[in-house]
Design a protein around this ligand. Sequence first.
Ligand SMILES: [Zn+2]
Length: 283
Amino acid sequence: MINPLPYIKRANDHGYAIPHFNIHNLDNMRAAVESAKKLGSPVILAATPKTIAFSGLECLIAIANSLEKIHNIPVAFHLDHHTDVDSIMKGIDMGIKSVMIDASKHDFEKNVEMTKKIVDYAKGKDVCVEAEIGIIGGVEDNINVAEEDARYSVPEDVVKFAKLTGVDLVAPSFGTAHGIYKKKPILKTEILTEIKKLDSSLLLVLHGGSGLDDEQFIESIQKGVSKVNIGTELKKPMVDGIRNFWKEKPNEYDPRFYVQAGVDNLKKTIEQKINLLGSSFTV
Ligand SMILES: [Zn+2]
């Protein structure tokens, strides 16, 4: 498992973005890594606390390590939207090199304090730390923010937050939401431009990438995003693949066949996203 930071920095310098895919088990991890291998892209496999409760952290780490070794491409394993400082520290002790502390529901000072705790703990351990500021709407695990309550980040606050905490990556709120969009989101990408004007080296993450159209992805990357998180949008292709398989072969109950049909269909979406983000053939 790699620290993805050098890859994200390179993406920032060259105007593309590194894909972060939310995974749950061997099947979608395999789909992500096999697609990344085919397209020569680094890949971040991200697990929320709920996913870890579902599959077990040790199992997920072992799978990520094995897939990286088998396919010989840069694979990062990322703790996504972790709100508990202790569980992140435990993950770092287990060798995880990419973590997100999400203290965005707290006020600015508390967010700084919690984020700084993780940054300090990660120091000297070759770990990339991400944090969130402003409130990104939608549902991420148990954190549910009504879209109208999502708050846009103030560019000055984002830069101040990064300076005070020393965090590597910041996810600002600029109109994206987690989960499925009820209507097409209106992105305020000028927030990204403003942040970059204030600090061009600050690395920015797009959360809530599912359901954005291709132009919105491209515009966000052009304006300064260098890591893109995609989760919800990967769930349907897997099920669709299995459903279509069963339509043709309703009596087939061997998982090696129906699960593979889901994986194959999921790979199409993943490959399309990697190409869209521009990280193909960069490793
Ligand atoms: Zn997120």
